[in-house]
Write a protein that binds this ligand. Sequence first.
Ligand code: NAD
Length: 291
Amino acid sequence: MERRISGHTQLYGLIGSPVGHSGSPAMYNYSFEKLGIDAAYLAFEVPLEKTEDAVNALRNLHAGGFNVTMPCKTAVARLVDRLSPAAELVGACNTVVFEEDGTMTGHITDGTGFLRNLKEHGVDIEGKKVVLLGTGGAATAIAVQAALDGVSEIAIFNRKDEFYANGEETVEKIKNAVPGIRKVYIDDLGDTEALKQAVSGSDILINATRAGMSPLEDVLPVPAEFLHKDLAVADVVYNPRETLLLKKAKEAGCRAVVGGIGMLLWQGAAAFELFMGKEMPAQEVMEKFFK
Ligand code: NAD
């Protein structure tokens, strides 16, 4: 460490709360060292009400950029000078780059990270029909990025809980921003007949709800008998690595079965590229930190 940190070392970081469990410092610092980049990455515990102070501090310290996690993602989107098209639509950002003139650009890499992970598993979304379960943070980023990247149809399903209205809003935003999309709608996850029909005519099923994640590891977000061989099934949940949904998808012989851990890797890799203008050694990071 004493050989790596110099008077010129550029600061990068993560803000949010809690951040103590984050794998980001290990992932970025390993990559800096591997690529010989004179930079260091730290996690800063920042509650929502201190978001603006933290952002100003990073700007005044001439940090190169920073990542943002909950609960600060929406607040930071309001503080930056400009947003990427996806971050603008989602209304949140997880990556902020300081430009040469000191202004801040906010990006969201959750959607690109998820789609990159699909691609790494041989699943392309362009022109495809997708059923997306969920209307929370992860689901919104995925819906928006999939629409921007040329998916043909998105059927969003969610429980009629406090997240449902967010899904209705996302549908309207996508219709306005991506008028070329063939179809985008939301329906009640409790309407099993509508869900069955949507899944039977789809190429890709994505679970972006908490179902399957500890302590909901026994919750299957869609009946196993709806899964079919022409379907690629992807989960955002990575704890456990193989969710009940993925297990059932394997048993049903689905054409691809994709876990959530790769999304975590690739959203970080996308942020690294925005910071550095070069690729993160993603495969090595995967082997070292995410297996
Ligand atoms: P969120 O709180 O914003 O949204 C939660 C979503 O889950 C809502 O759509 C809600 O209706 C749904 N939900 C909750 N309980 C449910 C149940 N019992 N049955 C069906 N639906 C239920 O959460 P988020 O930030 O969008 O995270 C969702 C999941 O995605 C979490 O498991 C999180 O760990 C995971 N995630 C993974 C990555 C990654 O990099 N792989 C990134 C972000 C989030």
